[in-house]
Design a protein around this ligand. Structure first.
Ligand SMILES: Cc1ncc(COP(=O)(O)O)c(C=O)c1O
Length: 477
């Protein structure tokens, strides 16, 4: 007879989970400090896996063995303490349990009755995130896959609420051309969003920044005035609460006032920096974020939740619902009485994973106080590295360090500008290959800089001290 049931016996599944648990144990013990970049090229990685689609299945013990050697072996150790690349959080271990349990339950939270628990937990988690960063308690929101999708969704909400009702049926035909405003340091997700939303890349106004990489409000006003005179329809002003490049936080209060004055939707991209608003030390930088019509904040960055989890928060729930609500016949099957809310009306995706579980378990397990302390620890690490770079004779700090990103370059012995540029351009790759630490390169005012981002509680002061040593060593080869 054909074998139709894919399940193991209860004892088998428990045994395999224990076996997978051993792999997790290994990752978080002896593997944590191994070389960060695995030092493999694409064909070497593919060689571990390349085969035709298997017709017959593999024994699970052997499959887990392959994961242990080949999958873990070809992974970049981004959860380890020496990874400072991009804005990649170190994750947390409670959420590992949550991810397993969420897969076990396999909830589909498009309708309330298809997953009461994930719908209510998502609402609760959205409220907790708002409380953590001091945003409106009554805001609605959703947990999406990432900041890019979240920014796209919020721009769609802004467009929907700023443009005439008829746009949904007629598209952009006959509409005034729209404009969106963000600083020159804005994340590339806005470029993608304006392209896909029919706003147009040329209509994303990149406003100049000051010497601390914050938008210049006076320049913004000049641009808005010009656009109004020229017949454009400004639909959104974006404030950045922690730029990707250097962690700069715009004057969010000044932007709120300009948005109010001109009646323009105000969105704050707090994808990275948002959680720092909860801190006594830097909370003042975020003043004005509470006035935003919408906010994006990624728990998968600085709330240490593993990928993926990015929240959209919209102050007036109806404005979010009206953007995404569309209910076909096959999704009308439940009784909507008694306060049931269907998440599908508040987001672009219909089906998504039970992301709220890992965010809820993270917030429950550690509590707001411990998370604040941990975030402060990351800021302290970045500040410490900045101090070390400034005190040294051979490193130059390239940008202020308001949060937990430090950008600097290696320039020993009065090296010429040209040589320093060439050296630092090559360094990020050489450091990747060396494997002891992992960082990336960027440009600050057109000059190549090495960029380190600290959002990992496993990084210690001693690890920070090692960074400059490794760079000196690699540069000297
Ligand atoms: C300020 C900012 N906004 C948006 C994003 C995009 O987030 P994601 O990588 O989750 O798509 C990033 C990513 O680093 C970011 O730094």
């Amino acid at each position: 007879m054909a074998e139709k049931n894919l399940d193991f016996t209860p004892d088998e599944i428990q045994g395999y989970i224990r076996r997978a648990g051993e792999i997790v144990r290994e990752i978080y013990s002896e593997k944590l400090n191994r070389r960060v970049f695995p030092g493999m090229e694409p064909d070497e990685v593919m060689a571990k896996f390349a085969e035709n689609l298997p017709e017959e299945g593999m024994d699970i013990e052997n499959l887990l063995g392959k994961v242990r050697t080949d999958v873990v072996g070809a992974a970049t150790m981004s959860v380890g303490p020496h990874y400072y690349g991009y804005i990649t959080g170190g994750g947390n271990q409670v959420a590992i349990l949550a991810e397993m349990l969420s897969a076990a339950l396999n909830q589909n939270n498009l309708k309330w009755h298809s997953s009461p628990v994930s719908t209510e937990l998502e609402k609760l988690v959205i409220r907790w995130v708002c409380q953590f960063i001091g945003y409106s308690d009554g805001a609605a929101g959703a947990i999406l896959d990432g900041g890019s999708t979240a920014n796209f969704n919020c721009l769609a909400v802004a467009r929907k609420n700023m443009m005439p009702e008829g746009m949904s049926r007629k598209g952009l035909t006959g509409m005034k051309p729209m404009t969106v405003y963000v600083s020159g340091e804005g994340h590339s997700s806005f470029d993608k969003a304006v392209d896909m939303l029919g706003i147009g890349l040329d209509h994303l106004r990149k406003i100049p920044v000051d010497d601390r990489f914050r938008i210049r409000p006076a320049k913004l006003i000049v641009q808005i005035e010009r656009d109004l005179k020229d017949g454009f329809q400004p639909v959104c002003i974006i404030g950045i609460a922690g730029t990707t490049n250097s962690g700069a936080v715009d004057d969010l209060n000044a932007l709120a006032e300009i948005a109010k004055e001109y009646g323009i939707w105000y969105h704050v991209d707090a994808a990275y920096g948002g959680p720092a608003a909860a801190l006594e030390s830097v909370g003042h930088l975020f003043r004005g974020m509470e006035k935003a019509d919408s906010v994006v904040i990624n728990p998968h960055k600085w709330l240490y939740v593993p990928f993926e989890a990015a929240c959209i928060l919209v102050k007036e729930p109806e404005k979010l619902r009206k953007t995404f609500s569309l209910i076909p016949d096959y999704l009308r099957s439940n009784d909507d009485s008694g306060g049931r809310i269907d998440l599908m009306e508040y987001q672009l995706p219909l089906t998504k994973s039970f992301k709220a579980l890992k965010v809820w378990m993270t917030l429950k397990a550690y509590g707001a106080r411990r998370l604040r302390e941990t975030i402060q620890g990351d800021i302290d690490n970045a500040q410490y590295l900045a101090e070390l770079a400034e005190e040294s004779d051979d490193f130059e700090l390239m940008a202020p360090v308001p949060l937990s990103i430090a950008c600097f370059r290696y320039r020993p012995d009065e090296m010429s500008e040209e040589d320093a540029e060439n050296l630092n351009r090559k360094l990020a790759h050489a450091i990747e290959q060396d494997g002891r630490i992992f960082l990336t390169a960027t440009k600050i005012n057109g000059i190549t800089a090495l960029r380190t981002c600290f959002i990992n509680p496993r990084t210690t002061k001693k690890d920070v001290e090692q960074i400059l040593e490794v760079i000196r060593d690699v540069a000297g080869r």
